[in-house]
Design a binder for this molecule. Structure first.
Ligand code: ITT
Length: 195
C-alpha cells in the first residue's frame, strides 16, 4: 500500500463507512472523519445528489486539507415522481430516522401496484485541484413490508430486480456485488488504479 492511495471518506454514516471499507478492501486506505479530528455535521444544502456529494467532499478538502471522497445516495421511486431522492435521509423527519423514513415510504405507496425504484449513488473524489464524479445504480422495487435485518436505511424494503429477497436479507457480499455503492466504488477504484 502506498501513501497516495490514502483518502478521507467524508461521511457521518458508520454503515456507509464499513460498507465502503469492505468493498474497497486493500485498494485504498480509507480514513474516517473521526480519524482526522472532524466531528462537523456537514450541511447538505444541494438540490441534487451530485451537488451534495461535491459539498461534502469540498468541506473536508477546504477545511482539513485532505484528498477525500464523499457519497450521496438517494432512493428514487417512480410512482412518487422520483421521491424521496435527494431528500432520502430527511424524508420523514429532520434527523436520520430510517424506521420513520421507511414507514412513510410504505404509507405513501399503500395501494400502489407500480413499485419500481432505484438506488443511485454519486461519489465525488477530490485529489489536489481535481474533482471527479463516479456513479452507480441498482434497479428494483419497494416491497409491501420490511424484511431482513442486514444492511441499513431503506434496505429492508428494497428488492433488487431478479431477486426474491431484500437487500436487508442478503449478505454484505451479495449486496455489494450489485449495489449502487458497490458499482460507484468499483468505478472509483478503477480510476485510482489508472492514475
Ligand atoms: P452522509 O451524508 O454523512 O454520508 P447520510 O446517511 O446522510 O450520510 P445520504 O445523505 O447519502 O447519507 O442519505 C441517504 C439516505 O438513504 C439515508 O437515509 C440512508 O440511510 C439511505 N441509504 C443510503 N445508502 C443506502 C443503502 O445502501 N441502502 C439503504 N439505504 C441507504
Amino acid at each position: 500500500m502506498t501513501g497516495q492511495n490514502t483518502l478521507v471518506f467524508a461521511t457521518n454514516n458508520a454503515h456507509k463507512l464499513s460498507e465502503i471499507r469492505r468493498i474497497a478492501g486493500d485498494s485504498i486506505r480509507i480514513l474516517s472523519l473521526a480519524d482526522i479530528g472532524c466531528s462537523d455535521d456537514i450541511p447538505e444544502t444541494g438540490a441534487t445528489l451530485e451537488e451534495n456529494s461535491m459539498i461534502k467532499a469540498r468541506w473536508v478538502k477546504d477545511r482539513y486539507g485532505y484528498d477525500c471522497f464523499a457519497d450521496d445516495t438517494g432512493l428514487e421511486v417512480d410512482a412518487l415522481g422520483g421521491e424521496p431522492g435527494v431528500r432520502s435521509a430527511r424524508y420523514a423527519t429532520d434527523g436520520h430516522d430510517s424506521a420513520a423514513n421507511t414507514a412513510l415510504l410504505l404509507k405513501n405507496l399503500s395501494g400502489v401496484s407500480h413499485r419500481k425504484a432505484r438506488f443511485r449513488t454519486v461519489i465525488t473524489l477530490i485529489e489536489g485541484d481535481t474533482a471527479n464524479i463516479f456513479t452507480g445504480e441498482v434497479e428494483g422495487e419497494i416491497t409491501s413490508k420490511p424484511a431482513g435485518c442486514g444492511g441499513f436505511g431503506y434496505d429492508p424494503v428494497f428488492r433488487p430486480e431478479g431477486w426474491n429477497k431484500t437487500f436487508a436479507e442478503a449478505t454484505a457480499e451479495e449486496k455489494n456485488a450489485i449495489s449502487h455503492r458497490g458499482r460507484a466504488v468499483a468505478a472509483l477504484i478503477e480510476y485510482i488504479n489508472r492514475h
